[in-house]
Design a protein around this ligand. Structure first.
Ligand SMILES: [Cu+2]
Length: 457
């Protein structure tokens, strides 16, 4: 029994061993099979990745700019030195931000067949040139020999779409000629003073935060001046007085921050200069301060905050302050005087008279009229203001009449400067009028910002 039992046990052990070996072998086989499968997937991925269309990003180019990946994959490499990405316009599809030397695969195979604009979405990079066209899917019957033609077609189609998109702001601007302003609120409303018993002209101003529509549908929280009994605006009310007037400007600070008013380019006594901690205490929220002086002209000035000015002024605490009319050359009769307040920062941004194109208003004159334009730069950058078709005769700089007026087609207005120019509406037509720093006037979506027109009827 014993040996049999042993034999049985021996047999049993052998069976167990064989079973174990078999199981181990089976696992090994599975592992091998799995490894084989995985390596075959890796091989497929590798093959797919190898056939992905290579795109190189550099400063500031997408190369090639005309992409038509056969298998819907783009191998995007940042060959530049700053961070870039590749995004598909209008789709929620982009590579991660890639540092120089990094790359990523972008799968565009899920997009509907068609053409798409691609760009680098890092601010300023598309404008600097990082734009391209992506074609997804077959373009119909084109073989390898005609691939170039197909992508040229795609580029043309994109160009049509581009042109349509860029026309929209112009259409909105032109609509104002028949339908009136396309935004709420107009800057520079003339302000009438309260006349005090001694003849003093008193202007009661309130500073507060308001909703201001910069362009159709874009409303910002502006910091604005307004008459105590009227609507605030950006720019604030236009104040005009005459030489010898006793002027009193009372500011009621309804802002959450202290403020002050500096009368830039206007003769005032030192203690009325509006510089907190230098000539006065800051005007705290809820407080008032009265600025008093006797007007001395001619002057083309501005009134604006001189406290937290780096944000209070571009956010809207600015206005034009004129004393008297400017002397004009013999034989010239001025039919209208137009303030043109330039701004480029804060919540208001690139704008003319507190509005960005297409919400800027045109200047309209009859043929032969003389129009006087005062430029005021309340922004942080210089703006070369270019008027098409009609020369600008500069008659005053910072309100000081020039001994010899000088003609220009582009007037460079630096921060704080004022230029007064006469324009003779000599040639009929709609003349573009814009800042000539081109990205202050045009974007991928067409004209915006510091653009308006001068219309001669
Ligand atoms: Cu500009």
């Amino acid at each position: 029994m014993g040996p049999r039992i042993d034999d049985e046990q021996g047999f049993g052990l052998t069976t167990v061993l064989f079973t174990l070996i078999a199981v181990v072998c089976a696992f090994a086989a599975l592992a091998v099979a799995a490894a084989a499968m995985s390596s075959s997937n890796d091989a497929k991925d590798a093959a797919k990745a190898a056939s992905a269309t290579a795109v190189s990003l550099t400063e500031f180019r997408i190369n090639p700019a005309d992409l038509a990946p056969a298998n819907g994959l783009l191998k995007v490499a940042n060959d530049g030195s700053v961070v870039h990405n590749l995004a598909v316009k209008g789709e929620d599809l982009t590579t991660p931000d890639l540092k120089g030397g990094e790359s990523a695969t972008l799968d565009v195979s899920g997009l509907d067949h068609g053409t798409y604009a691609v760009f680098c979405s890092i601010p300023g990079h598309a404008e600097a040139g990082m734009k391209g066209v992506l074609t997804v899917g077959a373009t119909g019957g084109h073989g390898a020999m005609t691939a170039g033609t197909a992508s040229e077609d795609a580029l043309l189609k994109t160009s049509d779409a581009d042109d349509e998109r860029m026309k929209e702001p112009v259409t909105a601007f032109v609509g104002q000629l028949t339908d009136g302003p396309n935004t709420e609120g107009i800057g520079n409303p003339p302000m009438e003073p309260k006349i005090l018993a001694d003849g003093t002209k008193q202007f009661d101003l309130v500073a507060r935060i308001i909703d201001w529509e910069v362009e159709p549908g874009k409303t910002v929280r502006a910091w604005a001046y307004g008459p105590a009994d009227g609507e605030p605006s950006v720019p604030g009310p236009l104040i005009k007085v005459s030489s010898g007037d006793k002027v009193r400007v009372v500011l009621d600070n309804q802002l959450p921050q202290s403020t002050s008013i500096h009368f830039h380019g206007i003769d005032v006594p030192n203690k009325m200069d509006g510089v907190p901690d230098v000539t006065q205490e800051p005007i705290k929220p809820g407080e008032r301060f009265a600025y008093e002086f006797v007007a001395k002209g001619p002057a083309v000035g501005m009134y604006h905050s001189h406290h937290h000015a780096e944000h209070q002024v571009p956010d809207g605490l600015l206005g034009a302050f004129l004393i008297d009319d400017l002397p004009v050359p013999a034989g010239v009769t001025v039919s209208q005087r137009i303030p043109m307040v330039l701004n480029d920062a804060g919540v208001i941004g690139l704008s003319l008279n507190g509005k960005s194109f297409p919400a800027t208003l045109p200047t309209i004159a009859k043929q032969g009229e003389w129009v006087l334009i005062d430029y005021f730069n309340e922004g942080l950058q210089i703006h070369p203001m270019h008027l098409h078709g009609l020369p600008q005769l500069v008659i005053a700089k910072d309100g000081f009449p020039l001994a010899q007026p000088v003609s220009m087609d582009t007037v460079n207005v630096a921060p704080g400067e004022r230029y007064s120019v006469l324009v003779n509406a000599s040639l009929p037509g709609v003349w573009a009028w814009h800042c000539h720093i081109l990205n202050h006037a045009e974007s991928d979506d067409g004209m915006f910002g510091m653009v308006t027109t001068f219309i001669v009827q």
